[in-house]
Design a protein around this ligand. Structure first.
Ligand code: AMP
Length: 288
């Protein structure tokens, strides 16, 4: 008989199947960590999986490119997809289950219920991508209901998303601990992202402007600069000097509300046709 490890990870396609398997684990007294992803997995995703494996008896990774969180002119249809590669990476990482529902299993054709987080979800990313955080909050609420994890893992790379999900869990009484893990970067500073696959060679070189802008603002902060206008100018100085970058926003905000000026530098820019985001808490030295 094959060992249990040889059978892992189990692939699950419906909320009912994932609920049943998690119930069995829970009845055996085991804790469960959930890592929600849209697939095309890279080392950033795998760092969340590693943290979840350290902290839980069982780990479920969801892979679902969620149509609700893409705007009508965004990249839903061409978003990178690599299910076979993802399964191989997750098997190597030793996860217990992969929840990979089809869109029509996730949303009934006449589904209309949506989760609206409000304020925090309406500024910055929310303002530039109307409906985005409603789509994120709706799918994450569904994932929390299907999996009922003890802990769920998100990346600081998407800082505003992590804040929206903390708010969602608190406001709707989901009994889940939200764990936010540090951003994994390339050696030159570029934050890993599935969308980096869209970049041409020259665009890839230009994309480092986002992290260089954050590094420059962090240097200004550590030299004593606290004026939000000056910190913002430090971000713009680097971004505006990159001819291939078109800036959506570059701000320094309070991580509690993403509006009040504060120590979290957040940037969004298009490099050619590819929209990238990044952020850094200026109170910490930039890591690369
Ligand atoms: P995505 O598949 O892009 O929806 O990302 C799934 C999760 O991985 C989200 O919680 C992201 O914040 C996280 N993530 C994406 N890129 C990184 C990265 N470079 N470092 C750490 N976490 C990341």
């Amino acid at each position: 008989m094959p060992s249990e490890a040889a059978l892992r990870p189990v692939s699950l396609a419906t909320p009912a199947l994932v609920r049943d398997i998690v119930r069995a684990w829970r009845e055996a007294g085991q804790s469960v960590g959930l890592v929600p992803t849209m697939g095309a997995l890279h080392a950033g995703h795998l760092s969340l999986v590693a943290r979840a494996s350290e902290q839980n008896d069982r780990v479920v990774v969801s892979i679902f490119v969620n149509p609700l969180q893409f705007g009508p002119n965004e990249d839903f249809t061409r978003y990178p997809r690599d299910p076979a590669g993802d399964v191989a990476k997750l098997a190597a990482a030793g996860v217990d289950a992969i929840y990979m529902p089809a869109v029509e299993r996730m949303y009934a054709p006449d589904s209309t219920t949506r989760v609206e987080v409000g304020g925090l979800g309406e500024v910055l990313e929310g303002a530039h991508r109307p409906g985005h955080f409603q789509g994120v909050a709706t799918v994450v609420a569904k994932l929390f209901n299907a999996v009922q994890p003890d802990r769920a893992y998100f990346g600081q790379k998407d800082a505003q998303q992590a804040a929206v999900i903390r708010r969602l869990a608190r406001d709707l009484d989901f009994p889940v601990e939200i764990v936010v893990c540090p951003t994994v970067r390339e050696p030159d500073g570029l934050a890993l992202s599935s969308r980096n696959a869209y970049l041409s060679g020259v665009e890839r070189n230009a994309a480092v402007a986002l992290s260089r802008a954050l590094k420059s603002a962090a240097a200004a902060w550590s030299a004593g600069e606290r004026d939000p206008a000056q910190l913002k100018a430090a971000l713009h100085q680097v971004l505006d000097a990159e001819p291939l970058a078109r800036v959506d926003y570059a701000e320094v905000v309070d991580p509690a509300d993403f509006v009040t000026p504060g120590p979290l530098a957040v940037v969004a820019a298009r490099i050619g046709a590819t929209r990238l985001i990044d952020n850094h808490d200026l109170r910490n030295p930039f890591p690369v």
